[in-house]
Design a protein around this ligand. Structure first.
Ligand code: ATP
Ligand code: MG
Length: 405
């Protein structure tokens, strides 16, 4: 019989192509893989849930498969949110600490962050993360932790990650219908970064592009903080649809051809290679040059990175990519895509494979699982940070009241 276990953490990624659930166990501070379930998504369109019932059924199937593998039941999960509706914006705000110089407390840091976050958002926008980039104390920038420092005016530069409230609510509803309570939401590019980027890359400046099926999420880290987040409305499905239209074949056949014979660089495949296409019902199978397939894929890949480059330039971070570019998501598996990324962005590029959990099967350590694994790692890391904050608050209260007992 499956066991209920309070040490379990479950995460859910409702993608345009795949719905994924991962269950891990927290044992003496270390995360251990317990089980996962991955099913083809249904009811999603262009990166958002368009029909609740089929999408919820997929969540149910993926969660059940994960529970069976883990031999445990789950009641709660953390979700990731991404898609064409996500936005990031930078904001600045601060507080005066009065005329007398004194030490800055945690409450004052919170108050400064509250000022910086009080931007007016359009209706139906939800703030998912508030990410301090740097604090500025009496006009001295570059401070990461001002608690305990002394000054008159504290300001903060904040990156605010937002999403459509209704798109987020649709994922919550699907999880609820599958019997899962949602405890937290993580921005997909932040999750992918958590699973794949090193501290050195974040410090030097790095761009991560998670190429999903419906869209590609973009995040830039510089000097250790999030400098920019955005989304490019092109994903792997656009490549597949181009092939289906150009070759007059079905979308499933185009998907198979793309994954097995596709290449984003035409000149890297031999002129003489030919591939047999089944074609549409009623037509005879026929041969097509592999180069012709790549001639369809290459312009789409160029467009994806051209748009990424424009986006980075508008965000003022194109020159901040000292550590280059990292690609995650299933779309990163397209042969030749790194070459296109390097030539368009003019920085080195690599595939981001997520750091493996203890006992995790190797098929999970792939770029398309970066968001799922990163959501788990992010949840774990932030819960440790929150616990440390609570403990230090308790220690302070104990110290204050120690003399009065
Ligand atoms: N070997 C491969 N070559 C090329 N493309 C691939 C390969 N494997 C997977 N893909 C593409 O990756 C995409 C799916 O990626 P992923 O699983 O990250 O998407 P998703 O998370 O479900 O979608 P989204 O993030 O957009 O909601 C599909 O378009 C698929 O065709
Ligand atoms: Mg995805």
């Amino acid at each position: 019989m499956s066991q209920k276990n309070d040490n379990l953490i479950a995460v859910l990624d409702v993608g345009s192509a795949k719905t994924r659930v991962l269950i891990a166990e927290l044992n003496e501070g270390a995360l251990r893989y317990r089980g996962h379930g991955i099913v083809e998504s249904a009811g999603t369109r262009k990166g958002v849930i368009a029909e609740i019932r089929p999408a919820a059924e997929c969540v149910n199937q993926a969660a059940t498969a994960a529970e069976d593998a883990a031999d445990a039941t789950i009641e709660r999960c953390v979700i990731s949110v991404g898609g064409p509706h996500i936005r990031g914006l930078n904001s600045r705000g601060g507080i005066s600490l009065g005329s007398r110089m004194r030490e800055i407390t945690r409450e004052e840091v919170r108050a400064a962050v509250d000022r910086a976050r009080s931007v007016s958002l359009p209706p139906d926008r939800e703030m998912v993360h508030l990410l301090p980039q740097q604090f500025i104390l009496d006009e001295q920038p570059g401070i990461h932790d001002p608690i305990g420092m002394v000054g008159n005016r504290l300001e903060v530069n904040l990156h605010i990650a937002t999403c459509s409230a209704s798109a987020q609510q649709s994922i919550v509803t699907c999880a609820n219908k599958a019997g899962l309570e949602v405890t937290e939401t993580v921005f997909e590019p932040i999750a992918a970064a958590e699973a794949t980027l090193s501290a050195d890359e974040r410090e030097l400046g790095v761009c991560l592009l998670d190429i999903g099926a419906g869209s590609s999420e973009l995040i830039v880290y510089f000097e250790g903080s999030v400098a920019h987040t955005s989304v490019i409305p092109i994903g792997g499905d656009h490549f597949t649809n181009d092939l289906a239209a150009g070759l007059h074949i079905t979308a499933p056949e185009a998907e198979w051809i793309k994954c097995n014979y596709g290449n984003a660089v035409v000149t890297s495949v031999s002129q003489s290679n030919e591939i047999e296409l089944q074609g549409l019902t009623g037509f005879e199978p026929r041969m097509v040059r592999q180069r012709f397939i790549c001639e369809i894929l290459e312009p789409r890949a160029r467009e994806l990175f051209h748009m990424s480059r424009d986006n980075l330039r508008h965000g003022g971070v194109l020159e901040a990519l000292g550590a280059g570019c990292v690609l995650t998501g299933g779309g990163a598996r397209l042969a030749g895509i790194l070459d296109v990324a390097e030539s368009q962005l003019r920085v080195p590029a690599r595939i981001g494979s997520p750091v493996p959990l203890s006992r995790m099967p190797s098929e999970m350590a792939q770029p398309e699982c970066a968001v799922l694994i990163g959501t788990l790692l992010y949840t774990h890391r932030t819960s440790i940070m929150r616990a440390a904050e609570d403990n230090s608050l308790r220690a302070k209260l104990r110290a204050i009241f120690a003399g009065s007992l």
